[in-house]
Each structure stands twice: as C-alpha cells, then as structure tokens.
Design a protein around this ligand. Structure first.
Ligand SMILES: Cc1ncc(COP(=O)(O)O)c(C=O)c1O
Length: 374
C-alpha cells in the first residue's frame, strides 16, 4: 500500500519544539505561563487585533464570544449555513436559536444581500437577532463590509469565525478583526496548529480580560475559591502556547505552500469537463487552506463521490464540502433563509489533500488518480 496522504495534517517548523522544551525546562507546565502572554501578543501583531485570549479551542472562543454578548435563551443568532458544526453549536449551548443563511457563489460564504434583506425585514417586524456569526470558509474571507454595515445600522454585534482563514486577507486586513469578536482555531487540521487550541480577539481589551476570567472558572479575586458567576475551563496551556509561537513564525510559508498546492491542482485538472475550482473573490487573498472544487456529473457522468472513492483506493484522503447546517438533523427545526447554493456545494463539492508539507510527488499521485478516472 502506498503511504497515506492526509487531507490537512500538522506541519511543524524549526522553533516549536524549542518553545515547548523551554516550558518543560522552566516547569511552566500548568495552564498559565509566559508563552501564553507572548502567544497572545504575537498573534495580535500578526493579525492587527487589539487584544487576544488564547483558549483551548475555536469552539471555546465562540462560546465565550456569545457569553460576553449576553446571548441567551430565546435569542436569534444569524449564522452561515455552510460551515463546520462548531460554528453553530455554541448558539445552542447558550439556549439561543440559530437562523441559517445561504452562501453566495463568488466566495461560497454567507450571502451579504440575504443578511441585509433579513435584517431590514426583521427591523420592520421588530424582531432583530441578537448577533450575527459570519464564517470565513476554507481559507477565504466572506464579503465582510456589507454585512458589517447592516449590523452597525441596527447595532447588532458581528462575530467573525475565522477558524479556517488565519493568514487570509480582506481588503488588506486580516479576517477576524473587523467584527466585535473574532475567533480562530489551532486544531490539528488548521493552517497552523497547537494540536488543539483557539484564539478570541476583540478591539475591546476589557472584553478580553473578562474572557480570560470566564475561561478560568470565573474565579473572584479572593484568597479562597469564590465564584459569583458560571465559568469554564477554557484556557490554553503554556506548553501548547509555546507550540503556537513556533507555528506563528511559519504562517506566511504555510500560506504560500497551500496556495502552491492549489495552483498545482488547478493547472493539472482545470481542463477536465465539469470540474470547477472554488473561486477567489476579488476583495482579498485566500490561503487556500483546503483546495476545493465542484464536480458536475452532467458534464462527464463522473460525480464527486466517484473521485473521492478513486482517491481512497489509492490511500488518499479527500472530503465532501461541509454539509450545510440547515440540512443537519440536529437543526431541523431552525429557520433557514436562502436557496440551494450551499446544498449544491455540499452535493458536488470535494476538498483535496492540501497539507503544506505535500511534495510534488504527493500532488502528482492525487492528480494522477483523478486523471485516470477521467
Ligand atoms: C469554521 C469552523 N469554525 C469553528 C471551528 C472550531 O474550531 P475547534 O476545532 O478549534 O474547536 C472549526 C474547526 O474545527 C471550523 O472549521
């Protein structure tokens, strides 16, 4: 059997181990320590965020954002439908109700016009949502400005889920820093990883101080253990923050490698009938965290799953595009606004192996398997 090619495995640089070793050497092994502060500061420098809190996952960061915005029982939260479930679950943790919005085809992200129309209609009806969660999918920013504008018009906080888009740009800025809160993930499959981890950013340093408090069991300042509100165990450990510091140093290289993967796939496969690559919107640069494409079975009789299975036979991992949230059994009762763009992307979309350590021969194995099928 040929070696397994994974979808998006971790890729360490030269410095991660030295930072982790430093944590061991200095015995900063508890979930506090100097790497955490340094990781937060360095993350702010790279993204342009004002303040950041390093936490145990992107999901935890989202949960904290909703908690800080006081989202609670019965509140509506507008949310991208085409995403990983981690975006929407924290809405349920807070007892609120997601309202899912379809994608637009130029970026595959939340359709800004649908958000504008929905908020205008809801403003007239007097039932504005309590927040909007906007996802930046597969390394590409959503069209943030029109969504931010309508959110500001009605004073609705915007949370940017940039879990998949660290290193991307929107009109020259990093995703995650334009809304009230931004979140990122350092899960093992992300462009940089701490094996598991996340970051919450905001322009409001007080909100980030409160996030750190909530993330450490909301312990009141007292010599004994006293708690006046419900908190969580959500802080990132000092060891993993060390890994994150090393990974931040290679972020630019990782973006360049992923974009090169995309170019390789595009030049090898774009001539095939029925294959269309995820477009790159003109307002920014995608990291191409994952190279995604759609397969139109009408064009050749070959569908997405045939490609996926042909790759699996060669010991190559690929994955269907996210199944939209409005089609998930757990969200059956939730409101959905839009048409069938996200459903079509799910039905026909495929993510190819995109790790930043892929070699030319790995990439050739992937494209060869697809070309042979055709
Ligand atoms: C869009 C999106 N949001 C949120 C998350 C959650 O991040 P984590 O796995 O770090 O909790 C992920 C990835 O896992 C994601 O892809």
């Amino acid at each position: 059997m040929k070696p397994h090619i994974l979808l998006s495995p971790p890729h360490m640089g030269d410095k991660e181990f030295a930072f982790v070793k430093e944590a061991f050497d200095t015995n900063w092994l508890a979930p506090v320590g100097p790497h955490i502060n340094a990781f937060e500061e360095e993350f702010c420098q790279i993204t342009g965020a004002k303040a950041a809190a390093a936490v145990s996952s992107g999901t935890a960061a989202l949960h904290l954002a909703l908690r800080l915005l006081d989202i609670g029982s019965g509140d509506d939260v507008i949310c991208s439908s085409l995403t990983f479930i981690a975006t929407a679950n924290p809405i349920l943790y807070q007892g609120a109700k997601p309202v899912f919005i379809d994608s637009e085809s130029t970026s595959w992200n939340m359709d800004p016009q649908l958000v504008v129309d929905t908020l205008n209609q809801r403003a007239k009806a007097g039932n504005l949502p309590k927040a909007v969660i906007l996802v930046h999918l597969y390394g590409q920013c959503a069209d943030i400005d029109p969504i931010l504008e309508v959110c500001q018009k009605y004073d609705i906080p915007l949370i940017e889920d940039a879990a998949e888009a660290l290193g991307a740009s929107y009109k020259g800025k990093a995703p995650g820093i334009l809304g009230q809160f931004g979140i990122y993930s350092f899960n093992g499959n992300k462009i940089i990883t701490t094996s598991g981890g996340g970051m919450l950013v905001s322009d409001n340093p007080d909100a980030i101080t409160k996030a750190r408090f909530l993330a450490t069991q909301a312990r009141d300042p007292a010599p004994h253990y006293q708690h006046s509100e419900v908190g969580y165990n959500y802080r990132l450990s000092n060891v993993l923050a060390g890994m994150g510091r090393g990974q931040l140093q290679v972020l630019k290289d990782r973006v360049a490698a992923r974009r090169q993967n995309f170019e390789f796939y595009r030049s090898a496969l774009e001539h095939l009938p029925g294959i269309t690559f995820m477009p790159e919107a003109s307002y920014g640069q995608s990291t191409r965290w994952l190279t995604c494409l759609t397969v139109d079975p009408q064009a050749t009789g070959i569908d997405r799953d045939q490609i996926r299975l042909a790759l699996a036979k060669e010991n190559i991992e690929s994955r269907p595009v996210w199944k939209p949230m409005h089609l998930q059994p757990v969200f059956t009762d939730c409101e959905y606004i839009g048409g069938d763009i996200s459903a079509q992307l799910f039905q026909h979309g495929l993510c190819l192996p995109s790790g930043s350590a892929m070699t030319k021969s790995d990439l050739e194995r992937v494209t060869q398997a697809i070309l042979e099928l055709y």
